[in-house]
Design a protein around this ligand. Sequence first.
Ligand code: GLU
Length: 547
Amino acid sequence: MDYNKLADMLFPNINKQPEEYEERYPERNLPDGAKVTRLGPSPTGFIHLGNLYGAFVDERLAHLSDGIFYLRIEDTDDKREVEGAVEAVISSLDYFGLKFDEGATISGEKGSYGPYHQSKRGEIYQCFVKLMIQKGQAYPCFLTEDEITKIREEQESQKLTPGIYGKWAKHRNLSLEEVEKRINAKEQYVIRFRSEGSLENYFSIEDGVRGTLSMPENNLDVVILKKTGIPTYHFAHVVDDHLMRTTHVIRGEEWLSSLPIHVALFNAMNWELPTYCHSTVLMKMEGETKRKLSKRKDPELSLNYYKSEGYHPAAVREYLLTILNSNFEEWRIENPESSIDEFNFTTDKMSNSGTLFDLDKLNDISKEVLVKIPASELCQFLIKWASEHEPELENLFKGNEDYLTKILDLGRSGKKPRKDLIYAKQIFEFISYFYDDYFKREDKDPENITLEDHNAILSAYLESYDHNDDQNEWFNKIREIAKSNGYAEKPKDFKKNPDMYKGHVGDVSTVIRIALMGRSMSPDIWEIQQILGEERTRERIKSCINN
Ligand code: GLU
């Protein structure tokens, strides 16, 4: 068989030589050890935590080694494409601080290894398919859907592995004349890889996450070019990652089973393999059992969830590193003040058996991260979040930045700062009583407080209130009020002689707290009053006295 003739017959319009592409996309000029990584999302519009998790690995590997992290849009499957999806990927990752150096951007493409949309790389793929045909490594296959279904049924009934291989690969050795005849008859065809592998032979490969893997060779004549002339994932991956000079391919473990195909294709082309890093799927606990995070059941799988709840990107990043690298938490304890960019992230410390995702843990980490962010920065963060998700709140915050900053800073100085800020939505609920329109009395007085005492306490408080009192003077007045109404000045006095009192000073301050904040739990009352201001403080006390 004259393979050159066959190649020209199948690809008469492909005139470029593979060498031209090799020259156009030379080895990258980067420092020794620099890693080139990519994110290759399909533009389906749904970008989830797993994507972010993988992208974070890509980004860290590239940027810790002075390498390149680029975005390639894998849009060969046009049925699945959703409008605006590319923008969504870029802006979602940007929100979490992941910036691409190269590739598809919102305003076009950046970098000299493009095009970065697979849909624009048709000629390149076809040029390399043509090369494979010339070398006898690929062939046209005219099997129809019906024939393939029959083959599958036959294989199933004989309990054989499905696929086109061995005797099932009926068009592997068609003559040139036969091919020509079928093409002239307008029969449709795909291009298949002519596999030389056997399931009996094993090869080994170093996975960046899993260590040495031993797998059987690929024996399938997989499709590399579809009827439409569009490549399959397998082929596009191999060509793109070679020509874009990717050094590390980070992808989900669902690709592990295709690895033998990719290795066979790289070998057929005589190209160096990238380092594969197959990450694990994200799992969560449901009761006692671990299960995969699911798009349908778990809103927290969507990245939009974190944006609309208002998780700070720094908290999410910190959390991702915690689940990505088993030694991160230890490092954090030793380096509490360091930027996470200083942590030496490595793939070999990644889990290879299902990473557990836990919202409670994220919340705990978020508290620690937020306590280190200055209140003025948090204020800006809340305003930005509100502008995108709660426009009503934006109006409330804007122009009152000082007020909000003071609120956010409440109880955060000193040795034991309060750690109750987690994410924007929760923060607003937590501080909403500072805003009259959102203030409501949610809690009730302690049970031992009668209506009469309630009124007596608040009236006395209002009367003695001096906004200029320092914290001590202020609290002494509360003790005074407690005493004159039959409540112990100190909780321990009450504990000793419970029969002598109606309650203690804590009950009295709870009445005041609820009058002011509507809640029985809050940060320090005196500090809150200083922020609320005298007028608002008096107003709230007054409105809580029942005449
Ligand atoms: N386009 C593939 C996907 O969305 C990317 C896999 C890879 O990174 O190689 O699943």
